[in-house]
Design a protein around this ligand. Structure first.
Ligand code: 13P
Ligand code: SF4
Length: 307
């Protein structure tokens, strides 16, 4: 099928089913281009909470589609490829959280949205990379905190807030691979560029001394900042899918990925063809146990109320 026909079919089915396509900024360009909304985890959660569509096709990974399903129990949430997982969310299980809770009965569990519905259900509040610092600042200073699962984001939040926290030793294989070496190389090659760094990166907190004026942002924060900044050249430390969005949302600017091979294979599993199949055959419906969903919803709503 040629691309025009594919898009026509997707558009037709969207109208027929009152469906909306939500896509994360790490999606391939063609998927970002057919989406109704492209954003970071926070923006996507907000959009999922406010949409009046009957069907949400989630072009992203499982934990994101689960979040949409948790926020929309009466809607059909579809993920075009059920194998689109996340190495970071795989690092922590509900059992791990329960174990920490047993030894910290008054503690607070703060979960990055990159977690399963089961882990969210055992959490007090969720965060995204866009709001983690803000959310943690609102928490009772007398209570212990477990921050999970990303250790680099956790370290960054700890530094910014001055809060003592237990930090789960999880990492995303894509962002953990962006470290001091990659940062140094680009610093030498692009001395006049501004540096935009995602807090999940291995260089996110420990290597910031190399470039103290680097800006630490969620993916959407990078887009908003690049639009406002008068700088023309940016080195971008995150998954490379963001470059398409940055190019689309700005004019006359040059974005250099800090690492060309920073590619999330899970995000790239979603294609336009799979989106069409998803709308045609209702695959794959994201289903979450009601009890888990309602407990997880509390943690997500608590975050949305702060942010
Ligand atoms: P953002 O929330 O900044 O988009 O990052 C989330 C992420 O890493 C998804 O893989
Ligand atoms: Fe998960 Fe990392 Fe892929 Fe994001 S980039 S979905 S954190 S594996």
């Amino acid at each position: 099928m040629n691309p025009e026909e594919l898009i026509r079919k997707i558009e037709g089915l969207k109208r027929e089913r009152n469906a909306v396509i939500l896509a994360h900024s790490y999606q391939v360009g063609e998927v970002q281009d057919i989406a109704d909304f492209v954003g970071d985890s926070l923006g996507l959660s907000r959009e999922a909470a406010r949409t009046d569509a009957d069907v949400i096709v989630f072009a992203g990974v499982n934990f994101m589609a689960e979040t949409a399903a948790i926020l929309n129990p009466s809607k059909t949430v579809l993920i075009p490829d059920i194998e689109a997982g996340c190495s970071l969310s795989d690092t922590v299980t509900a059992k791990d959280v329960l174990q920490w809770r047993e030894s910290h009965p008054d503690g607070l569990v703060v979960s990055y949205v990159n977690t399963t519905a089961e882990v969210k259900a055992l959490s007090d509040i969720c965060v995204t990379s866009a709001n983690a610092v803000k959310v943690v600042r609102t928490l009772d200073p007398d209570r212990d905190i477990l921050f999970l699962p990303d250790m680099f984001l956790g370290e960054y939040v700890k530094e910014q807030t001055g809060r003592t926290m237990d930090i789960w030793m999880g990492e995303c294989h894509v962002h953990a691979g962006i470290g001091e070496k990659e940062l140094k190389e680009k610093l030498d090659n692009f001395p006049d560029a501004e540096f935009l760094i995602h807090p999940e990166c291995g260089c996110g907190s420990s290597c910031l001394y190399l470039k103290p004026d680097a800006k630490v942002f969620s993916t959407e924060g990078m887009v908003t900042y690049a639009q406002r900044s008068t700088t023309k050249e940016f080195v971008v430390a995150t998954e490379v899918g963001i470059i398409h969005r940055l190019n689309k949302k700005t004019e006359g600017k040059h974005f250099i990925p800090v690492k060309d091979t920073a590619i999330c294979e899970y995000m790239k599993m979603i294609t336009s063809e799979k989106i069409l199949r998803s709308l045609e055959s209702n695959t794959f419906v994201v289903e979450i146990d009601d009890k888990i969903a309602s407990r997880a919803r509390r943690a997500i709503d608590a975050m949305l109320a702060v942010a």
